[in-house]
Design a protein around this ligand. Structure first.
Ligand SMILES: CC(C)(COP(=O)(O)OP(=O)(O)OC[C@H]1O[C@@H](n2cnc3c(N)ncnc32)[C@H](O)[C@@H]1OP(=O)(O)O)[C@@H](O)C(=O)NCCC(=O)NCCS
Length: 164
């Protein structure tokens, strides 16, 4: 019988080949933010599964008191998967005594900006021209993104986590 419950679980090594293919189809092998090259397929992550199928993936990197969301993807947007992954990563961060979630998106990604701000993230930094710099390292980054907006700048958002 079909099980439509959305389940969130940590990425384990046996997941990695399939998740690597999914990430490659979304982002390529690397994600470059604030000049740092990440390989999401090798990072810690949370996977969302519904009815035995991949529904979404969040990868992250923890450094000191901050947890950086490196990639977040819902296979089918607007079905609650992104929200569930954000709730789960906030819980995971609290367990690790991490106080802040960071995420970087690009100037064209108005849907992500809306999504994060609706989920307690606040604007933290704007880095004009940072994507142009990343494109030197990764020429596959498209020139134009959502809504035909030229992709040029990074926008970083932060969510302070409440404890207790
Ligand atoms: C940004 C992204 C991760 C959001 O994930 P998502 O699964 O679409 O997010 P959700 O479905 O939880 O929330 C999106 C909206 O759908 C609505 N929604 C959630 N469940 C719903 C349901 N069952 N029926 C109808 N609408 C629903 C939510 O209310 C939400 O609207 P709100 O912001 O006004 O509250 C997703 O759109 C995505 O994969 N984008 C491409 C990759 C990307 O840009 N990633 C972010 C940069 S790192």
């Amino acid at each position: 019988m079909a099980d439509n419950t959305l389940r969130i679980k940590p990425v384990v090594n046996t997941d990695r080949p399939a998740l690597g293919r999914f990430i490659a189809s979304r982002w390529g092998a690397t994600v470059i933010v604030h000049g740092t090259v990440f390989r999401p397929a090798e990072l810690s992550g949370l996977v969302a599964v519904r009815d035995g199928r991949l529904a979404g993936l969040l990868t992250y990197d923890v450094s000191g008191d901050s947890l950086e969301i490196v990639s977040l993807d819902a296979v089918s947007p607007n079905g609650g998967v992104g929200s569930a992954l954000i709730t789960a990563i906030a819980d995971e961060a609290r367990k690790r005594q991490v106080h802040r979630l960071h995420v970087t998106t690009t100037n064209d990604n108005l849907d992500a900006l809306r999504f994060y701000q609706r989920r307690e993230f606040r604007l933290f930094a704007v880095r004009p021209g940072e994507v142009d710099e990343s494109r030197r390292l990764k020429p596959q980054i498209p020139e134009t993104g959502c809504y035909d907006i030229p992709i040029r700048d990074e926008i970083e958002l932060v969510r302070d986590l409440a404890f207790g």
